[in-house]
Design a protein around this ligand. Structure first.
Ligand code: SF4
Ligand code: SF4
Ligand code: SF4
Length: 337
């Protein structure tokens, strides 16, 4: 069999997904035995023009990690889509917008103002804001356009498979590479288009902690109490996003006695991870059952204990949520790019 071509791209993300692919250790040799790396900026010196010169569909598999946050991310996503037979939304930033997606609580104008005007920099004391095109003595200098709204990969191109996780686990990666390798070598079928490479259950189904308490009176931040490692976090008053999160990570954070932050995103049964978690919290507070007996003030007092609700309930999924972004009025005279 001729070697296939694979590609990996790093959009708006932290680079952890690139490292996760390297983490599959010796299995990477198995990949290398069937595949040549056509494009992977972190690991090989291939250029975009090399990809542009390839015939459409020449790359068998592209793993795109990171959200789509600027014009370069979108351009490369569209180029790789055209050149790839299979495109995988790799990691929570690509699947749901991830942590960069929290920028949707503000906008480009405010971000630029904060970073370049309000924050002191010893190398940019004048607070110069970078332009898309800057005229320099040597010629025009062009930078990607930063978008107002952070997007998911599926917002800009058709995606074949989704592999959530921040980053995806070694097991998920190995499972998927095994499926693709078997497909290429034995002709075994690929998963249906749109499949999520992770469990269909919630993290609570996978978590071994004891659940007994039916209601709680208050919420604690993890450092405010000694968390019993055998009992459910939520039942101890610590917000754990497990009820609204897809299983498949092996309950990593719980094993470290820390609550789940929701990085695997919602299951297929959940439309909005934050909304689903709010409803789980309301039921353990008994807000939903006792709603008629509780005054609005009591409900507000209970819910006001949740510090940073957006960052708690939508830490990884703001662009995929029903809210998607906070609407901000553009200041008069602000430059549109
Ligand atoms: S999903 Fe997590 S590890 Fe991957 S790029 Fe985003 S922040 Fe980094
Ligand atoms: S809420 Fe968290 S700690 Fe409780 S069972 Fe679910 S995953 Fe486990
Ligand atoms: S426990 Fe939650 S936040 Fe931690 S790795 Fe698993 S899904 Fe992600």
């Amino acid at each position: 069999m001729d070697k296939i071509k694979i590609a990996m791209y790093w959009g708006a993300g932290c680079g952890g997904c690139d490292v996760a692919l390297l983490d599959i250790d010796e299995k990477i040799l198995g990949v290398a035995s069937i595949a040549d790396i056509a494009f992977w900026p972190l690991a090989v010196d291939a250029k975009l023009k090399d990809v542009e010169a390839m015939p459409d569909g020449a790359i068998t598999l592209t793993l795109y990690n990171g959200a789509v946050r600027n014009s370069e991310n979108e351009h490369v996503a569209k180029l790789l889509r055209k050149k790839s037979k299979l495109l995988v939304s790799f990691g929570s930033c690509a699947c749901f917008g991830g942590v960069p997606g929290l920028a949707n609580v503000t906008n480009r104008e405010e971000i630029m103002d904060y970073v370049y005007k309000q924050t002191f920099s010893s190398v940019n004391e004048e607070g110069t804001i970078p332009l898309h095109i800057a005229k320099m003595p040597e010629g025009n200098l062009e930078l990607p356009i930063l978008y107002d709204t952070v997007l998911m990969l599926e917002d800009v191109v058709d995606v074949d498979y989704f592999m959530p996780g921040c980053p995806p686990t070694v097991d998920q990666i190995n499972q998927f590479l095994g499926i693709v390798t078997n497909h290429l070598t034995t002709g075994s079928p690929l998963p249906p288009k749109g499949a999520v490479i992770a469990s269909d259950k919630t993290l609570c189904d996978e978590c071994g902690r004891k659940k007994q308490v039916k209601s709680i009176e208050r919420i604690y931040l993890p450092f405010e109490i000694d968390i019993d490692p055998t009992k459910c976090m939520l039942e101890q008053g610590v917000i754990c996003i497990g009820p609204a999160t897809r299983a498949g990570c092996g309950a990593k954070c719980l094993n470290g006695n820390q609550p789940c932050r929701g990085c695997m995103g919602p299951t297929a049964a959940v439309m909005d991870q934050g909304g689903s978690m709010l409803s789980a919290l309301a039921s353990i507070f008994k807000v939903s059952d006792r709603e008629s007996q509780l005054s609005e003030d009591e409900i507000l007092t209970l819910m006001s204990q949740v510090k940073d609700p957006l960052g708690t309930f939508y830490a990884f999924t703001m662009p995929k949520s029903i809210i998607k972004r906070k609407i901000k009025e553009r200041k008069k005279g602000a430059v549109k790019q």
